[in-house]
Write a protein that binds this ligand. Structure first.
Ligand code: BLA
Length: 509
């Protein structure tokens, strides 16, 4: 990387967080060449094994670790599967007459990376702990209960003060969709943050390495020596458990008054769905066994979430078909219903949540819920006639198309329009209010805090303000699933309307 590259708020998606070259002080790291010579060591190694990097660099690891330890490490390395796997060993004595360590090994390119921290001698059985966590989750009745129980389980396991389920939207911004808290701390539930708070390189890394801990936000990172190998390359620490994290992110945590942070990736369908994001207001390092269990829990939680989402989609599609059928048979019996906005809203809002509905038929207007007034609605209809009159039309920011619509964004920023005649003219239109309307920061002002060099931008409150700025005038977008439902309703409506006009024709003849 360019040594003159300074990270600031405008370029932090370019910060090379996988090669920052330091570990956190709770453990140490040794990098071995393919022939098991020590190529790198973290500057704090003497604190753990009495040997400094100078004592070790260039020497065969057989001179340093006990034969049994080397044997155990070699065995584990043969178990590594795929480029992104990490193996763990518990309570392993590394040096003669020395203490035991909890150890992780993995490959970074051709190098074997050994990370170790004093053994916690935690007798916890990760698999049975996780099994009981999972069995509770399986009983959750709704998606929101499932997410909340997930947060509670992670809090029970790790002891962190705050455990959030943070979910990414398509644009990369995110929302706290569930939370478990130590009593007495401010809730972040329902708050939104801009995509920039977890920049793209961090997201890419979190897909490969699903667990990270910052055990003490105040702790000084410890360099891994030498920083560059003879070819000038830095050590890729993507998969390290002790990786010291981005100073920008540390500043964020510091500004929030957080002492320790832990996060676990939630991956659904190969994509980063979200994170368990956890804060503690003191430094905190769960044991190696607890961290391993939390990581395993994250993987199982992700799989359960994926299958729940699939079941939810199937249920939703079934419900949508029923709604279309109900619409069809009700309107066939009483076609005045079609121009009754209130009735249409009642029937449609369960499957396509919206704040208001308008109908335009033969020049007559009917409105219900949060909508523009008649005059503005007529302007929307004429815009629809000019644009995509024979197809379903959506926007999450109407004022981009109709500048006048900015006036009523608080009522109708998003539009889903279903044409209900073959020629342009008649529509059922669903409206969504600006999303800010329903989201407000609830908490008290931040308590007094000394901000880092980038100032209060790096706080959740400022993040939330930034997100608010970004989404001003926009509604929560209509999803592809909702569009499919709208399509089914359109087919149903067209069918009745055709039948009605056929019978009207028949009467005339
Ligand atoms: C990483 N940012 C993160 C992580 C979270 C957040 C959860 C994962 C690392 C961890 O476990 O702590 C974001 N944390 C939040 C948010 C809340 C929270 C939104 O608690 C809300 C309550 N961060 C910024 C800005 C930049 C930035 C403006 O806010 C850059 C301009 C950078 N965030 C940043 C970087 C990382 C990060 C670089 C990666 C840290 C690493 O893994 O090295």
């Amino acid at each position: 990387t360019d040594p003159g590259f300074a990270v600031d708020l405008s370029n932090c998606d370019r910060e090379p967080i996988h090669i920052l070259g330091a570990v956190q002080p709770f453990g140490f790291l040794i990098a071995l060449t393919a022939d098991w010579l020590v190529a790198r060591a973290s500057a704090n190694s003497a604190q753990f094994i009495g040997l400094s990097p100078d004592d070790m660099l260039g020497r065969p690891v057989a001179d340093i670790f006990e034969a049994d330890a080397i044997h155990a490490l070699r065995n584990r390395i043969t178990l590594l599967r795929g480029p992104d796997s990490v193996e763990r060993l518990f309570s392993l004595p590394l040096i003669k007459d020395g203490p035991a360590f909890d150890v992780a090994v993995h490959f970074s390119g051709p190098m074997v990376i050994v990370e170790a921290e004093p053994a916690s001698h935690d007798e916890m059985e990760a698999s049975s702990t996780v099994r009981s966590m999972v069995s509770r989750l399986a009983q959750a009745e709704s998606m929101s209960a499932f997410l909340r129980d997930g947060a509670r389980q992670v809090r029970a396991l790790t002891g962190f003060d705050r455990v959030m389920v943070y979910r990414f939207a398509d644009g990369g911004d995110g929302e706290v969709v569930a939370e478990a808290l130590r009593p007495g701390i401010e809730s972040f539930f329902g708050l939104h943050y801009p995509a920039s708070d977890i920049p793209s390189q961090a997201r890419a890394l979190y897909l490969r390495n699903i667990f990270r801990i910052i055990a003490d936000v105040q702790a000084q990172p410890v360099p891994v020596l030498p920083a560059l190998d003879p070819h000038g390359a830095a050590l890729d620490m993507s998969l390290c458990l002790t990786r010291a994290v981005s100073p920008i992110h540390i500043e964020y945590l510091h500004n929030m008054g957080v002492g320790a942070s832990l996060s676990i990736s939630i991956i659904v369908g190969g994509k980063l769905w979200g994170l368990f994001a956890c804060h503690h207001y003191e430094p905190r390092l769960p044991t190696f066994a607890q961290r391993s269990a939390a990581e395993l829990f994250g993987q199982i939680f992700s799989m359960m979430l994926e299958s729940r989402e699939r079941a939810e989609t199937a249920h939703y599609e079934g419900m949508a078909r029923q709604v279309a059928d109900r619409l069809l048979s009700a309107v066939a019996q009483d076609h005045d219903l079609l121009s009754n906005a209130r009735w249409l809203g009642d029937i449609m809002f369960d499957t396509i949540p919206a704040d208001g509905v308008g109908v335009y038929i033969d020049g007559h207007i009917s409105l219900s819920g949060l909508t523009p007034d008649e005059h503005a609605f007529a302007a929307i209809v004429s815009m629809l006639n000019r644009t995509a009159a024979s197809q379903i039309f959506t926007t999450d920011n109407l004022s981009q198309l109709l500048p006048d619509a900015a006036r009523h964004a608080d009522r109708a920023a998003g539009v889903l329009a279903i044409p209900i005649s073959r020629r342009p003219r008649d529509y059922v239109v669903l409206f969504r209010a600006e999303q800010l309307r329903s989201v407000r920061w609830a908490g008290k002002q931040d308590k007094h805090i000394e901000y880092g060099p980038n100032g209060p931008r790096l706080t959740p409150r400022k993040s939330f303000e930034e997100w608010s700025e970004l989404v001003k005038g926009t509604a929560r977008p209509f999803t592809p699933a909702e569009l499919r439902v709208a399509e089914a309703m359109r087919t149903a409506l067209l069918e009745v309307i055709l039948r009605l006009s056929d019978s009207a024709d028949a009467e005339r003849q």
